[in-house]
Design a protein around this ligand. Structure first.
Ligand SMILES: *[C@@H]1O[C@H](CO)[C@@H](O)[C@H](O)[C@H]1NC(C)=O
Ligand SMILES: *[C@@H]1O[C@H](CO)[C@@H](O)[C@H](O)[C@H]1NC(C)=O
Ligand SMILES: *[C@@H]1O[C@H](CO)[C@@H](O)[C@H](O)[C@H]1NC(C)=O
Ligand SMILES: *[C@@H]1O[C@H](CO)[C@@H](O)[C@H](O)[C@H]1NC(C)=O
Ligand SMILES: *[C@@H]1O[C@H](CO)[C@@H](O)[C@H](O)[C@H]1NC(C)=O
Length: 941
């Protein structure tokens, strides 16, 4: 933004010398310019030498409060006339008119003295390291018209401004507090830039007093409330930039009065309601940005009158309806960004666009043919819609095209094929994504086109049988996703020479690769080879790699300690192979970046190295399903960020590692099927396992009563509400989800993803004794509780009836007595119940879920009676309910299964993953649930 370079001597500049008059003006008294002039000339004597000394003193006092490491102020001393100092400009009377010291690495604070320079007009100290508060004396300067303190570290409130001020730029500092109503006193302002600070509160309505305001920026603050409709009175406004705040409510209609507006940016707020039609009056509008609000409704027709509009960005809202034919009226439009809304049709084909992004809408039908007839289109974004049919051949004449995003549609010809040749004439192609269209992508063997500039190619799930040959001509390949295809054998030799120093993302997962000769890419960051049939020894990944997964293959042999040379690794997943030998000790401490170490389901032997050091950054350690012996290494306690520790299904012989309880982030602890023995100790700290949500200690030799402390402290299992916002555990930097295998309703199930609201406790098959603490009822978010095959005695605590999320409960094979609490009938999600082989007596609770459990849930309790047992109860016992209809059962089934399977399995287990998981799960219920299984599969395909 340039400062308008016009002279602006104004009679009012003297008003601060006359506080009384200023007061008078504030009270509404009319200021009289002539009176001001007169007063000024009477009061100020002709400029004299002593005034020069005065200015010298003021400047030196400014110098003394700053530091100037570049020596820019080195000639600021009394032996040089100050008009010749660097950064100083004087007027024809040798008085300081401007101080311009932008971008000079100056530190320190600013002395208020500069605001007392009698003729100062311009102060520019932008882009320095100045700090402290901005002195309020600015208000007393009679002549200052330009103040630029942007890009410093100033704190405190916005200072009061002088009435002469025309341009105030305080952007990108740390200024806080509210914008006070006194901003209305800055009535000469043409430019006001307060962006990038920590301002809060509302925009004061008094802003409408600044009638000459042309440029207003309040972006990137924490301002809130409604945008005041008074803003519509600022008829000179040319530029409004108030994005990235928390403004809510509607966009005021009155903005439509600002007929000079050129640039309107309200993006990244919480604005709701419809886009006001009045915006159609802004005949000079070039830029309209409303991205990232909550706007609803259709595109108002008057919007298409905005002939000057060059960029229209309404992405990330809830707009709906069609994008009408009228859009072609916007002859000057270069950018049309409507991504992430709910638009259904795109009828017009705007001719002169450079960027068209309609991704993530509900667009259906075909891609319009004339999308690019003027040939200026550079970026075409249509991914995640429901577009169908042929990709128009005409795109191939659109020489300007660089980026084509068509992933996740249903594009393809009648045979379900996309011929890549149709893009063969696009010399500038840089980005091409056709993944997940459910079609075959083919390129004919004898075609000879290449895309020399291609950097990103994504052809996941495109039924490819080999590496596309056109890649031979691409010299700058950076990202290649060929996952989920039918590529067999090896990576071809020519591919091993492609992108040697550029390729940084390569995803070949879910193919039929059998051999990896070498991985030569020197800039590789993400290398995903999981779910292939790769044999032989583990290929060592490139030095630079941070994500390396080769899980679900057929690797054999030992894990070489060479892997520890890859110090950039963050995720190392070698799970589900046949690797053996010992775990190299260096794995414990070779990288503080390593966050996931997954070696599960291999054949590793020996002990777990005790080399985890203070720098351990591991989040997730999974050694499940190996043949590891010895004890759990105490050095694991150094891994303070640990969220998942799964050492289940090994031969570990140890006592319960009580020191784990101090790990503040621990959420999933699986030690099942080892040889852990002796009593569970009492916790050492008050907040043991504060975040724990999944605890599996089943199949060990743990004995004694359950320590009260542990049961009571696990607050991670309390009050986890599914507000539809629950997410999965995983890493932030990569698309990688943590997974864990658990016994759910009697079946071992691999949770491919772990919902952050999923909780379960499995202590089955140990030697625990004593009563089940009624405190367990506090863990009201529990989905599953398995205490079976222990020696628990006493009654089933009534409080278990408070576990309203419970889906499975197994207390079988204990020594429990007394009655089954009737409250259990309140557990509407309970789908699996096993109370068999105890000493329970009395009537079985009736109704709701209890109508669906069968005999097996209760057998081996001689004293129980009532439905479903054939043994009836006596007079005061419960009665068998009437035979339930198939429909009712199916309904209950759906309820219980939807809660877990549909949410957990369909989404959680992930589509395209072994359906066996779902089958295994649903098979719990014989026959009846088959239609649910169909439903489940249907959702996936
Ligand atoms: C303030 O200075 C910065 C950096 O020197 C410049 O980019 C900006 O345009 C100036 N502000 C005004 C209003 O002139
Ligand atoms: C704004 O202007 C109105 C009238 O023009 C006046 O009454 C009011 O005091 C002014 N507000 C501020 C904060 O300057
Ligand atoms: C690789 O592709 C698969 C399947 O398309 C996907 O699930 C996975 O997240 C991708 N891997 C990475 C690291 O992006
Ligand atoms: C890793 O090993 C290679 C030789 O195998 C060596 O050249 C390189 O310097 C090592 N890098 C690190 C980080 O230790
Ligand atoms: C890892 O620990 C071992 C044994 O304590 C030590 O010899 C080695 O230097 C450590 N390595 C690193 C990278 O800190």
């Amino acid at each position: 933004m340039e400062f308008p370079n016009q002279a602006i001597p104004t009679p009012c500049t003297a008003h601060n010398l006359f506080p009384d008059m200023e007061k008078m003006r504030k009270k509404g008294g009319k200021s009289n310019p002539v009176l001001f002039m007169l007063a000024l000339s009477l009061l100020l004597p002709p400029f004299s030498l002593s005034q020069g000394d005065h200015e010298l003193g003021l400047l030196l006092s400014f110098k003394s409060s700053v530091n100037d490491p570049l020596g820019f102020l080195s000639n600021w001393n009394s032996s040089v006339p100050f008009c010749m100092w660097q950064g100083i400009t004087c007027n024809s009377f040798s008085h300081v008119k401007a101080i311009e010291l932008a971008h000079k690495n100056i530190t320190g604070t600013i002395s208020s003295s500069i605001f007392h320079l009698p003729s100062i007009e311009i102060i520019n100290l932008s882009i320095n390291w100045l700090s402290g508060e901005i002195p309020n004396d600015m208000a007393s300067s009679p002549s200052l018209r330009y103040l630029n303190l942007s890009n410093n570290n100033f704190i405190g409130p916005i200072p009061n401004c002088s009435v002469s001020l025309e341009s105030l730029d305080l952007s990108n500092n740390m200024i806080s507090g509210e914008i006070s109503a006194e901003i209305g006193l800055c009535w000469s302002l043409k430019t006001l830039d307060l962006g990038g600070n920590y301002l809060v509160g509302k925009i004061p309505t008094s802003i409408s007093n600044i009638s000459s305001l042309q440029f207003l920026t309040l972006a990137s603050n924490d301002l809130s409330g409604q945008i005041p409709s008074e803003i519509g009175r600022l008829k000179s406004l040319n530029w409004i930039y108030i994005g990235r705040n928390h403004f809510s409510g509607k966009i005021p209609e009155e903005i439509g009065n600002l007929v000079s507006l050129n640039h309107l940016d309200l993006a990244w707020n919480n604005l709701s309601g419809q886009i006001p039609s009045s915006l159609g009056n802004l005949s000079d509008l070039h830029y309209l940005y409303l991205w990232g609000n909550k706007l609803t409704g259709w595109l108002p027709t008057p919007l298409f009158r905005l002939k000057m509009l060059t960029e229209l960005d309404l992405g990330g809202n809830h707009l709906s309806g069609e994008i009408p034919q009228l859009i072609i009226e916007l002859q000057n439009l270069k950018l049309l960004q409507l991504m992430l809304n709910s638009f259904t049709d795109y009828l017009g084909t705007q001719s002169d666009l450079t960027i068209l992004d309609l991704s993530m809408n509900n667009l259906s039908g075909k891609i319009p043919d004339e999308l690019c007839h003027s040939g200026h289109l550079v970026i075409l974004g249509l991914f995640s819609n429901s577009l169908q049919g042929q990709i128009p051949r005409s795109l191939n004449t659109c020489k300007s095209l660089e980026d084509i995003h068509l992933r996740q549609n249903r594009l393809g010809n009648d045979e379900g094929i996309v011929e890549l040749d149709m893009f063969s004439n696009l010399p500038n192609l840089r980005f091409l994504d056709l993944s997940y269209n459910g079609v075959s992508v083919s390129s004919s063997i004898n075609s000879s086109y290449t895309w020399p500039n291609l950097q990103y190619l994504s052809l996941a799930s495109c039924s490819l049988k080999e590496f596309p040959r056109f890649l031979k001509g691409s010299k700058h390949l950076m990202s290649l996703d060929l996952s989920d295809n039918k590529i067999h054998g090896q990576i071809p030799k020519w591919m091993l020479n492609k992108g040697l120093d550029t390729l940084s993302y390569l995803n070949l997962s879910h193919n039929f690769l059998t051999h990896i000769e070498r991985l030569p890419w020197e800039n590789m960051k993400t290398l995903d080879l999981h779910s292939n049939f790769i044999q032989g020894a583990l290929p060592v990944p490139p030095l630079t790699v941070s994500f390396f997964s080769i899980s679900n293959n057929s690797l054999v042999g030992e894990l070489s300690s060479l892997i520890c040379n890859r110090t950039s690794l963050e995720i190392l997943d070698l799970s589900y192979n046949n690797l053996n030998g010992t775990i190299p000790p260096c794995l414990g401490n070779f990288s503080k970046r390593l966050s996931v170490l997954d070696l599960r389901m291999n054949r590793f032997q020996g002990t777990i190295p005790d080399t985890f050091d203070k720098k351990c950054g591991l989040n997730n350690i999974n050694f499940n399903g190996n043949e590891l012996e010895g004890s759990i290494p105490p050095s694991l306690v150094h891994c303070r960020n640990m969220q998942v520790l799964d050492l289940g299904n090994n031969k570990i012989k140890d006592t319960f590692p009580r020191w784990l309880e101090t790990l503040p982030e621990m959420q999933v602890l699986v030690l099942r099927s080892n040889k852990l023995h002796s009593f569970l100790p009492s916790p050492m700290v008050n907040h043991s396992f504060p975040e724990l949500r999944i605890l599996d200690l089943a199949n060990n030799d743990l004995a004694g009563p359950l320590p009260k402390g542990y049961v009571e402290n696990m607050k991670g299992m309390w009050n986890l509400d599914d507000q539809g916002t629950s997410s999965y555990m995983g890493t932030r930097n990569f698309s990688y989800h943590y997974s864990v295998s658990l016994t759910i309703k009697g079946f071992e199930i691999k949770l491919e993803k772990i919902l952050t609201i999923f909780t379960s406790i499995d202590l089955s098959n140990n030697m625990f004794v004593g009563e089940i603490s009624s405190f367990v009822g506090q863990h009201n978010s529990l989905r599953g509780l398995n205490l079976s095959h222990n020696s628990f005695s006493g009654q089933i605590p009534e409080s278990i009836g408070n576990l309203t999320q419970l889906e499975w409960l197994d207390l079988s094979s204990n020594k429990l007595n007394g009655q089954i609490p009737h409250k259990l009938a309140d557990l509407t999600f309970l789908a699996f119940l096993n109370l068999s082989d105890n000493r329970l007596t009395g009537p079985i609770p009736q109704g709701r879920q209890f109508n669906t459990f069968e005999n097996a849930s209760y057998h081996g309790n001689i004293g129980l009676c009532g439905f479903p047992l054939s043994r009836g109860c006596n007079a005061d016992g419960g009665q068998a309910p009437p035979p339930s209809s198939i429909f009712k059962e199916a309904h209950d089934e759906l309820q219980t299964v939807t809660s877990f399977v549909l949410k957990g399995a369909l989404i959680g287990y992930g589509c395209g993953l072994p359906v066996g998981v779902v089958i295994g799960y649903v098979a719990v219920k014989t026959g009846r649930a088959k239609w649910l299984l169909k439903l489940a599969q249907g959702k996936c395909h």
